[in-house]
Design a protein around this ligand. Structure first.
Ligand code: XIL
Length: 677
């Protein structure tokens, strides 16, 4: 919904006291510095927003100079005049999970209250948010007068969730930065501390809004402006979460700012903005672009001395439409460098949309972090073996060749799998007895495995041959040949490619005790009969809350105890669990938030830690995550039927790190699993 308020008359506000013009005081810091050293405080103002979410949405501003002990704004030579210019507001998403965006812009004149123009030009005037004791702001934030529609106080815990941003408009449902209203500036903790604590201020936060020159470029307001010559413009903008019940949404609030002259001339990129957009904005303002990592964590509440609990993230968006802002940096130079066993990822190839050999953005991530790929689809039965006498290796070869050229191994998947969409039609219509069927399957396995002999590290020889709830799956293969097809396939694969590690691969063995028991029975039989198997792949399509780490460890141990290798072969952890009671009663997460991302980080870490703790180094066959980026996860169509987004992987839709990546790195390096940033 896009709400644009009534055109509002210009509210003129005069921000200075009635003292006569005086000689400007020299600034006490070197103007060439890029880091502001002790920026000079000019006084304090309060910017108010009222009528939020209604047609009477309005903003105004007033001086709080009576509280500032005669500092700068009371001196005419350092005064400012502000005049209301425009405002805007819109909501994205829905109650409970959406966001409301607001902005108000003010024209700025370099003149005192009496209208006497300042005799000096001024640059980088910045409205820095402060926690003030008078007038009292709430919850250690810059917010005061925090009210709901009925006039009662709004939930004070929401105050730190009013996140500073830039002026935006809604274009095709996407909040889009309005470059001429992008005046938000993040400060480092040191810079904010450098502003000091002017009288009546408890804390200076790490953000402010910078006045730009609206007639020319840059951020300088020239000396001696004419009558009504408002050279400057500043945009105050915030976003706030929409409450589940709209009566709890804030209806009005004010923000308190200390106005400082800042020696640094920088532009901060906001999450909604790309680096190149921010760069061109910086160029237009004659400013430098602040490194993205410093702006993703802005302290909007609490004292500088306890920043961790009070940091509020600016950069958590990740949408299936391909969003994500790169604010999170997992600090992982290369995941593969952290393990002595294969670190793999399921990838697309050939005809698929994100085919690795033809998707450079995906290649960058894969080459950086992974030592192995598993083709997610293109090495399945019908793609390689469409007709009884026809093999088609073109798509898979392209992927295998790409991997080889980049020093990446291949875990091939899969020689035999029941899933209907990939069983070749000729197998479905096969007529002939058990011996003929097994001979046909022998050929299938032999021809494919020998084609890739020496080019793949390992094979999923048989995938998902066990039933949920125990016993053998009554698949096409089972119907023709009983369980014998499984061991025949292993023998044929070994004969065709003696060097590849041969895996049995399945899901839910952690959560389904009967299925696990069927697995161990099968493995014990293999051992007794000398069936050539090297390991078991646990797909590990798990949830945030299920199964438990204990269940995972106990299931892996069953295979460890049999001396086989263990591979986590298809790990993914969706935020939503469609089988969980919360989800069933309607608690569906439709937006990815920092808290969810950090909880997911912990869960990723715990699953990988279970693997590290349970599987001795010599038996670790590898860790494979099933997909590179969230929007391309198979779970969105398969588990959630495209009903809503989910974010099950380690990279967002723009291939930025997610906290999950840090979680895996922590587990690989023996760090504790936490929800910290
Ligand atoms: C999935 C792929 O990821 C999808 O792209 C495809 O449409 C269906 O198969 N267990 C497996 C994988 O062993 O082969 C499945 O892969 C996911 C479940």
């Amino acid at each position: 919904m896009h709400r644009q308020g009534l055109a509002t008359m210009g509210l003129s506000l005069l921000l200075s006291a009635c003292t006569p013009p005086q000689t400007p005081v020299a600034l006490p810091y070197p103007p060439s510095s890029t880091t502001p050293t002790t920026p000079r405080s000019l006084g304090r103002v309060e910017v108010s927003f009222t009528g939020l979410g209604t047609q009477v949405y309005a903003s105004n501003v007033r001086s709080l100079d009576s509280n500032i002990n005669g500092q700068a704004l009371t001196k005419v030579a350092q005064g400012l005049q502000l005049k209301f210019n425009s405002k805007g507001s819109f909501d994205v998403g829905t109650a409970g999970s959406g966001t409301r965006y607001l902005y108000a812009t003010y024209n700025v004149r370099n003149a005192g209250m009496d209208g006497v123009p300042s005799p000096v030009a001024r640059s980088n005037l910045t409205f820095v948010a402060v926690d003030a004791s008078s007038p009292e702001t709430i919850s250690g934030t810059a917010v005061r007068n925090f009210k709901r529609f009925d006039g009662s106080g709004a939930d004070v815990t929401l105050a730190p969730k009013l996140i500073p941003t830039v002026g935006m408009t809604l274009i095709n449902g996407i909040p889009t930065v309005n470059a001429s209203q992008a005046d938000f500036q993040a400060l480092t903790t040191a810079e904010a501390s450098g502003i000091g604590q002017p009288a009546g201020v408890r804390d200076v936060f790490q953000y402010g809004f910078v006045v730009r020159n609206r007639t020319g470029s840059g951020r300088t307001l020239s000396a001696n402006p004419g009558v009504d010559q408002y050279d400057g413009l500043v945009t105050f903008a915030v976003r706030l979460p929409l409450q589940a019940n709209p009566i709890n949404d804030p209806y009005s609030f004010s923000l308190v700012f200390e106005v400082v002259e800042d020696s640094a001339n920088r532009v901060t990129r906001v999450p909604e903005e790309t680096v190149s957009q921010a760069q061109s904005r910086a160029t237009a303002l004659g400013a430098s672009l602040v490194d993205g990592t410093t702006i993703c964590r802005v302290r909007v509440a609490g004292p500088v001395t306890s920043p961790i609990t009070t940091l509020y993230d600016l950069g958590v968006t990740s949408t299936a439409a391909g969003g994500g802002n790169g604010c999170y940096d997992a600090g992982v130079a290369s995941l593969r460098a952290l393990a002595t066993f294969p670190i793999g990822v399921g990838v697309d190839g050939g005809y698929e949309a994100h085919s690795l050999p033809s998707t450079p953005a995906e290649q960058k991530i894969v080459e950086k972090h992974f030592s192995q790929v598993t083709p997610g689809n293109i090495m399945k039965m019908s793609y390689l073996h469409p007709n009884q006498n026809t093999y088609d290796f073109a798509q898979a070869d392209e992927l295998v060749n790409y991997a080889a050229a980049h020093g990446i191994g291949v875990h091939a998947h899969t020689l035999i799998w029941h899933s209907d969409y990939q069983v070749p039609a000729f197998m479905k219509s096969f007529s002939g007895d058990k011996a003929a069927f097994l001979a046909m399957l022998d050929d299938h396995v032999k021809n494919i495995a020998s084609h890739y002999a020496g080019r793949v590290q390992s094979w999923d020889v048989v995938n998902e041959a066990l039933n949920d709830g125990g016993g053998y799956r009554q698949s096409l293969f089972y119907q023709h040949a009983g369980p014998d097809y499984i061991e025949r396939a292993f023998s044929a694969a070994r004969a065709a490619d003696p060097d590849a590690l041969l895996y049995y691969n399945d899901y839910n063995m952690e959560s389904d005790a009967n299925k696990l028991a069927s697995l161990t029975t099968m493995l014990d039989g293999f051992k007794a009969r000398g069936v050539p198997i090297d390991g078991v792949g646990f797909q590990m399509h798990v949830s945030m809350d299920y199964p438990s780490v204990n269940q995972i460890e106990a299931s892996l141990k069953q295979v460890v105890d049999r001396g086989l290798k263990v591979k986590i072969s298809e790990l993914d952890i969706p935020i939503n669990n469609p089988y969980g009671s919360a989800y069933q009663s309607g608690d569906i997460k439709t937006a990815y938030t920092l808290d969810l991302g950090l909880a997911q980080k912990k869960r990723y870490c715990e699953v990988v830690k279970a693997y590290m703790d349970t599987v001795p180094a010599s038996q670790r066959g590898g860790l494979v995550v099933w997909g590179v980026s969230d929007p391309n996860s198979w779970l969105i169509p398969f588990l959630f039927n495209n009903r809503h987004d989910d974010w099950p992987l380690m990279f967002d839709g723009r291939y930025h790190d997610k906290p999950a990546l840090r979680g895996v790195a922590d587990a690989l390096t023996g760090q504790a699993c936490t929800t910290s940033w």
